[in-house]
Design a protein around this ligand. Structure first.
Ligand code: GLN
Length: 311
């Protein structure tokens, strides 16, 4: 099915129902509180946005709320590192296998030569450390604005400060990576960059736009401008499919079948390849740290609109 073949009305109705289904389950999860500032989010908030290649935008619920990207930003770092440092260098420092453990797990890292994949904390810290000599945070922020087609993306200082005060586990990961010669940068510098990138403020629409660019092979479909190499978009999407939902990645791939990346701020970025981008905000999280409303909404959309990759 092609997005052109889905009528405006059908898409809008499906999005509305997905929103209501998501809203129903928000009470079953909880907002993240290990970064104290994230604990201020409204658990019942749900926002959805779909952007299609022909420039249509569909929204439901709290789609304009700004929230921090958190781990969805691991896609930005991976994309930028692939563009600047290249595939071979990136995957010399990080693997491409699902980890099967929590996103901030440290135990098994000590038994390995490099992190499992770029979408867990250890992997993202390794990838971002590859960028430090080449790029500043401002460059990353501009990159985010470009690929999300959203010039209003900014750093959320409150969330950044809150996470910097409570990120001992990420520091421990970075020290371990340094002791294993995976990173060669100063640990403080790596952690500051990692935490800043996690703390950039987006909306469901910004995430939908980035997803749409990825769905379109790295080209902004609205003006034909190439923003990422096709090979970058391909690698990012493949890793999202296998590793994007942490320890829930396998179930999500089977039941929803849309490459997706989550963040503990409540964001989900979903790529319906060749067709559309979907962005979700829903800060009530399940036990894997994924948006509980978002998963329910995407499951509904996938079935209703035939969006499963293997449908
Ligand atoms: N900044 C968060 C952390 O490092 C990101 C985690 C997430 O979104 N899963 O813990």
């Amino acid at each position: 099915m092609n997005s052109d073949q889905l009528s405006d009305q059908r898409l809008q109705e499906a999005l509305k129902t997905a929103y209501l289904r998501g809203k129903e389950v928000t009470g079953k999860g909880a907002v993240a509180t290990y970064i104290p500032e994230l604990g201020k989010a409204r658990p019942e908030a749900v926002g959805l946005c779909i952007t299609t290649k022909d420039g249509k935008v569909y929204k439901a619920g709290d789609s304009n709320i700004r929230f921090t990207m958190q781990s969805v930003s691991k896609l930005l770092s991976l994309a930028m590192a692939l563009e600047i440092r290249g595939y071979d260098t990136v995957f010399e420092h990080v693997g491409m296998e699902p980890s099967g453990v929590a996103f901030n797990s440290i135990v098994e890292l000590d038994t390995r030569t490099k992190p499992h994949n770029p979408l867990i904390n250890a992997g993202a810290i390794a990838v971002e450390s590859l960028l430090i000599e080449y790029k500043q945070f401002e460059d990353m922020l501009n990159f985010a604005r470009t690929v999300c087609l959203d010039p209003e993306i900014t750093l959320n200082r409150q969330v950044y400060n809150s996470e910097m005060a409570t990120c001992d586990r990420n520091r421990a990961i970075a020290y371990l990576l340094k002791s294993k010669n995976v990173i060669h940068t100063n640990v403080d510098t790596s952690i500051e960059l990692y935490t800043k990138i996690c703390s950039i403020n987006v909306s469901a629409e910004s995430l939908a736009n980035f997803a749409m660019v990825l769905a379109n092979g790295g080209v902004n479909p609205l003006n034909g401008e190439r923003l990422l190499k096709e090979s970058t978009a391909q690698t990012v999407k493949a890793i999202m499919f296998t590793c994007g939902m942490y320890d829930g990645s396998g179930t999500f791939a089977v039941e929803v079948g849309i490459p997706t990346k989550s963040g503990v701020g409540g964001g989900l970025l979903s790529v319906v390849d060749g067709k559309m981008g979907i962005g979700v905000y829903g800060p009530s999280l399940d036990e894997n740290g994924n948006s509980i409303a978002g998963i329910t909404a995407l499951k509904y959309l996938s079935k209703e609109l035939g969006l499963h990759m293997f449908a």
